[in-house]
Design a protein around this ligand. Structure first.
Ligand code: ATP
Length: 155
């Protein structure tokens, strides 16, 4: 069955807003208002939760997280931008690997197994989508989900 993406994102964000009141969550998702995807809503939620959970966990002083939805001709893109501690360039290629965590000393106080992004990637690949990450250490991280248009049915 086809699911509507935007309300699902809004619901997930609402839960994070309640749990993390010190953060400001901004949703720019008007552009994907009519996008429907042939996906299990639980899978979409899980992907978003993994990415948002990281954005919260690896935050810095600027506690603002922006989620944006873009619709292109052949795909839909959902990105989560944080202004957290960022990821060193040398670690970036490995963050999707199972059990990989950046700098154990840095992460000592932050709970995690290093599985989140590996799971998210597998979920995304199951839907012929892709998961990309870009980051500048000390400035922030952007995680982008892309799903092909053939998964999309217009509302
Ligand atoms: P968990 O399995 O509980 O999610 P985790 O957060 O360590 O544990 P991943 O989500 O796979 O595991 O992330 C891998 C590593 O990538 C993290 O340990 C962290 O160092 C880095 N990372 C991921 N997302 C971010 C982010 N938004 N900002 C900074 N570092 C990040």
């Amino acid at each position: 069955t086809a699911i509507q993406l935007e309300p699902l994102i809004a619901e997930t964000l609402k839960r994070f807003e309640v749990m993390h009141a010190e953060f400001e969550f901004i949703a720019n998702t008007e552009a994907i208002r009519d996008v429907m995807l042939l996906m299990n809503p639980l899978h979409v939620e899980q992907m978003l939760m993994i990415i948002l959970d990281n954005a919260v966990k690896y935050a810095s002083l600027t506690k603002r997280i922006v989620i944006e939805g873009i619709r292109l001709k052949n795909e839909v893109q959902i990105s989560v931008q944080d202004h957290g501690i960022g990821i060193p360039e040398a670690d970036l290629p490995f963050v999707f690997d199972r059990f990989y965590r950046v700098d154990k000393a840095r992460n000592r106080e932050i709970a995690g197994t290093g599985l989140g992004l590996a799971i998210a990637k597998q979920l995304v690949l199951n839907y012929q989508g892709s998961l990309a990450i870009s980051s500048v250490e000390g400035e922030g991280t952007r995680v982008q989900l892309t799903f092909p248009l053939h998964q999309i049915v217009d509302a």
